[in-house]
Design a protein around this ligand. Structure first.
Ligand SMILES: [Zn+2]
Length: 297
């Protein structure tokens, strides 16, 4: 089997997994992978990703001109081309509409809290690219803002996008995003999220090399810094991970304190003398915490 034949089969397999896991419905989603330096293998327009065959794929150049294939390339080709232009290191791009992550994208809530070590090391913070009409040139423009600093992002009111050093790496990041969204949703339904401390986040970042992760660091060290500079010297918009300073420090749930919009996730600092209303569960959690701290002291 030639390298191209293998990649065609890989695209079919990734499409099958996306559909089987419910990341796409109908003909949603698209997949592309680099064929050498100047060509792309891409899923065609208007096919269900769960039932593709290797011969269906299109080959285009990096300007989007079709070089081979009976069908037209994906309607989101412009977005894929933009990613390859901005990220010479990316060899594959996956786009889908996984329902829980897309729910966060619809609610306008980025997956930016330091909650899971494997997400911090593989993806860092997962921002939301501003809403853009699908399949128009607006979408690549929205993606451009974050793609230099992030391997995965949500697309407002649309879905999610991931890139990787190979096709499976890009696909697994899509799985990670949806899994993370699911866990975040459950934790928020349960009423609290214990955030990983900034010091531990920095430590996890330091371990990325050990895990063989070479993609650009998706976590800004300085929360006041929105624009960071990559190793390559290129400026990149980076979304900061929310991680409190101090080991074991717990973020007070959003529901505590008035005026929180529930979006930023930042703890609302109580003003002295101000009344704070707690639910029974929150009160119990605070008491449990206090008792634990007394025991540990
Ligand atoms: Zn889409």
């Amino acid at each position: 089997m030639t390298a191209e034949e293998q990649l065609r089969c890989d695209v079919v397999e990734v499409g099958r997994r996306m559909y089987a896991r419910g990341y796409t419905a109908s003909n949603d989603g698209n997949i592309s992978v680099r064929l050498g330096t100047d060509r792309l293998l891409m899923t065609p327009k208007s096919v269900c990703k769960g039932f593709m065959t290797p011969d269906m794929m299109c080959i285009t150049d990096l300007a989007g001109r079709k070089l081979q294939g009976d069908r037209d390339p994906s309607s989101e080709m412009l977005m894929h081309l933009e990613v390859y232009r901005e990220r010479p290191d990316a060899r594959a791009v996956v786009h889908a509409h996984p329902p829980i992550a897309t729910g966060f994208a619809v609610a306008g809530i980025p997956l930016d809290r330091a909650v899971l070590a494997e997400v911090l090391t593989t993806l860092g913070s997962i921002p939301i690219a501003e809403y853009a009409t699908p399949s128009t040139s607006e979408l690549p423009a929205a993606v451009r803002k974050y793609i230099r600093a992030h391997d995965g992002m949500l697309l407002a009111n649309h879905g999610a996008l991931t890139v990787g050093a190979d096709l499976y790496a890009a696909y697994y990041k899509m799985e990670t995003i949806e899994h993370f969204a699911k866990i975040s949703l459950v934790a928020r339904l349960l009423g609290r999220e214990n955030l990983i401390a900034r010091e531990e986040v920095d430590r996890l970042q330091g371990l990325r090399g050990t895990y063989g992760i070479k993609a650009p660091a998706p976590i800004c060290a300085d929360p006041s810094e929105v624009l960071s500079v990559l190793d390559s010297g290129d400026p990149a918009t980076c979304q900061v991970v929310q991680a409190p300073h101090g080991a074991g420090q717990r973020l007070v749930p959003d529901v505590v304190g008035a005026g929180g919009d529930g979006r930023s996730g930042a703890p609302t600092a109580p003003v002295e003398g101000e009344e704070i209303r707690l639910t029974y569960r929150e009160l119990s959690a605070l008491i449990e915490d206090a008792v634990r701290q007394l025991r540990e002291a």
